[in-house]
Design a protein around this ligand. Structure first.
Ligand code: ATP
Ligand code: MG
Length: 653
């Protein structure tokens, strides 16, 4: 990968640059001196960020680094929930809206910081009554409703680590996580709304906990009113036990390294891992990144991370980061297409959203649906856009900027992982001249490098592996219950460095482009080609909505490129035009990247298999391409999609 192949250089042909808008730059939270300041003494710079939080006891040592185990702000004590809620009320901000919440059926709730404080205190008192104590894990399996945030904060307040499991996961997936982290209490709801109908949650909990002898209590929020099975010895209604509690609660202060939550990775490369995050360093990292990258002005901005709370993005940028910064956020329960495909734009218009953060997969879906849906809406409140979750195709980036951002909003393409806790590679909106498709540079206080096979940094213009060379405050503290797997997974490939598993390229200016997982780099007749680049080329074709590319075993070339493509409009339905399109696409890739990158096979398909966080499951598509048994499918949004593709593949469809 250290040799730049023709394919790896393709991204460098992207020469568009977008400078920060001058008015934004002038007022930006992050000013140009920030990099020099952080570089001079990164640990001291992080200490300065940590001082924006409220600590009951100050730390003695900012960092204890016993590779690969880091402790931040050692000796310091704080309460995460108090930092996210109470201190803002104490500062006179009780009337500020914390969440403009909108349910999918159209019901709304406005929750101020004063409301949130009462809700969290009541929930904390209720959990105490149900026997939850500091250090005991609580599983949360909920729709996107305010009680989900309240449950998380109540756990944080009590020092009980939470593990939030996507509401869309199966009973199996839920059981596995409950057992893995030994949760004793489960918080759920009767159901939530998805695609215009109530979607039950409680039945999956009943199935899951039947095989979890450790679970004592199931606390159930009534959201949809649908019928639920009931176990009197175990189940309690939220409104029965929470509503009658006192709305004050004295919070205990916890050690900076006290566990805050366990989050399972989305499982695109392997079976999900339980990633542990702790308190002081994590909150410092997410609040600093939220403030500086999204340029949030909490007194006036409305911020919207349009993601699920069951994904780390929801933890860091719907809950902990924005609340630590006293931000007003939008939270939406349902899908973007209900009741109409312009639901998001109604929401942006209604709440005058200023900052929108979402994933490339959603942006490509909007591209597929067409810009007409947006045109009738006033999106002029938007001033900044963010992207996360995958490399964003340059064409999707440009589309996002033009159709959503009105060509005036900077885009921050933010690279990070469940493991990193918060954003690590990103532009800063008032400073960085952005390039479509590039995550650009390390955040202040973060030391990253692109290295070759031997671990030495590559020269500009070359591809390699992205590594983080110094500990950072939000970094994972381990894989739950498995320190050896932690060391081996992240710290063994390159000595002394955290290896994220992603390939990257350093361009001639020294800016970073993410190239996807290293397991997704293909070797075709000795040429290393990244799946991301072939996907970028395919998405650049006017007929293509989305593309997933994998390397399949090939007797002649070692690996051969197989592409799965969804098209805009209905081309896929008509076999003759479908065949013509496939020929055209193969030529298009050959033209864009080079003949070596021409896919051996292109399969047109109505859907791609995705996780609930919208990531394409390439490992399953590799299984399909190689005609193998499918691996773990528990984190798929819709498991039928991959079987449908399998059928098409075998029937040559
Ligand atoms: P698993 O580790 O189980 O395979 P996962 O890695 O998909 O799951 P996450 O932690 O949610 O789970 O995803 C992190 C990954 O998402 C990163 O390693 C990277 O591959 C990708 N990613 C996130 N943001 C970006 C971005 N802005 N640009 C490119 N890739 C990104
Ligand atoms: Mg990962």
């Amino acid at each position: 990968m250290s040799e730049p192949s023709d394919a790896l250089s393709a991204l460098l042909h992207e020469s568009r640059r977008f400078s920060p808008p001058p008015e934004l730059a002038q007022r930006a939270n992050a000013q140009p001196g920030i990099y020099a300041e952080a570089n001079a003494d990164p640990v001291a710079w992080w200490e300065e960020q940590a001082r924006r939080l409220s600590w009951a006891t100050p730390w003695d040592r900012a960092l204890e680094w016993d590779l690969p185990f880091a402790k931040w702000f050692v000796g310091g004590k704080l309460n995460v929930a108090v930092n996210c809620v109470d201190r803002h009320v104490d500062a006179g901000l009780g009337e500020r809206v914390a969440f403009h919440w909108e349910g999918e059926p159209g019901d709304t709730r406005t929750i101020t910081y004063a409301d949130l404080q009462k809700m969290v205190c009541r929930a904390a008192n209720a959990l105490t009554e149900l026997g939850v104590t500091a250090g005991e894990t609580v599983a949360i399996y909920m729709p996107m409703i305010p009680e989900t945030v309240v449950a998380m904060l109540a756990c944080a307040r009590l020092g009980a680590p939470h593990t939030v499991v996507f509401g869309g996961f199966s009973a199996d997936a839920l059981r596995g996580r409950i057992l893995d982290c030994d949760a004793r209490t489960v918080i759920t709801a009767d159901g939530g709304y998805r695609r215009g109908a109530p979607s039950a949650l409680k039945p999956a909990v009943d199935v899951a906990v039947a095989d979890c002898p450790g679970v004592r209590r199931v606390l159930v929020v009534r959201r949809t009113g649908q019928d639920v099975g009931w176990n009197d010895a175990r189940d309690v209604w939220w409104h029965d036990v929470v509503d009658r509690q006192a709305d004050t609660h004295t919070a205990e202060m916890f050690d900076s390294e006290h566990p805050l939550y366990i989050m399972y990775t989305s499982g695109t490369t392997a079976k999900p891992k339980g990633i542990l995050h702790t308190s002081g360093g994590y909150l410092t990292h997410v609040s600093a990144t939220h403030r500086l990258i999204f340029d949030v002005k909490p007194e006036s901005d409305v911020f919207w991370t349009a993601a699920d709370i069951g994904w780390v993005t929801g933890h860091s940028y719907i809950v902990y980061g924005p609340l630590a910064n006293a931000t007003t956020s939008v939270m939406y329960e349902g899908t973007p297409d209900t009741p109409g495909r312009d639901r998001w734009w109604q929401i942006v218009e209604r709440y005058k959203v200023n900052i929108l953060y979402t994933a490339p997969t959603t942006i490509r879906t909007f591209m597929k649906w067409g810009p007409e849906l947006i045109e009738g809406h006033d999106l002029s409140s938007l001033r900044l856009l963010g992207s996360v979750g995958e490399p964003i195709n340059p064409e999707a980036w440009i589309w996002y900027r033009h159709h959503i951002g009105g060509d005036r909003c900077p885009i921050v393409d933010t690279w990070w992982q469940t493991e990193t806790g918060g954003i690590l590679i990103t532009p800063l909106p008032g400073i960085t001249a952005t390039k479509p498709g590039a995550a650009m540079v390390p955040f202040p206080g973060i030391s990253a490098a692109v290295v070759g096979e031997d671990g030495t940094p590559v020269k500009p213009g070359n591809g390699g592996y992205l590594v983080i060379t110094q500990p950072w405050p939000g970094m994972l503290r381990g894989i739950w219950g498995d320190p050896e797997r932690y060391r081996e997974t992240y710290w063994s490939r390159f000595e002394g460095c955290y290896f994220a598993g992603d390939g990257a390229k350093l361009d001639e200016d020294g800016d970073i482009w993410l190239l996807g997982r290293v397991d997704d780099v293909m070797n075709v007749s000795g040429h290393r080609i990244s799946t991301t680049e072939v996907e970028h080329a395919l998405v650049g074709h006017p007929s293509v909505a989305e593309a997933a590319v994998v390397g399949a075993n090939d007797a002649t070339t070692g690996q051969a490129i197989v592409a799965f493509v969804t098209v805009k409009g209905g081309v896929a339905d008509d076999p003759a035009s479908g065949e013509r399109l496939v020929v055209d696409l193969r030529d298009h890739v050959a033209r864009e990247i080079g003949p070596i990158a021409k896919p051996r096979q292109i399969l047109l398909t109505p859907e791609l298999p995705k996780t609930r966080s919208g990531k394409i499951m390439r490992r399953l598509l590799r299984d399909v391409a190689d005609n193998r048994e499918l691996g773990d499918v528990t984190t798929l949004l819709d498991p039928t999609v991959v079987n449908a593709i399998k059928d098409r593949m075998t029937t040559g469809g």
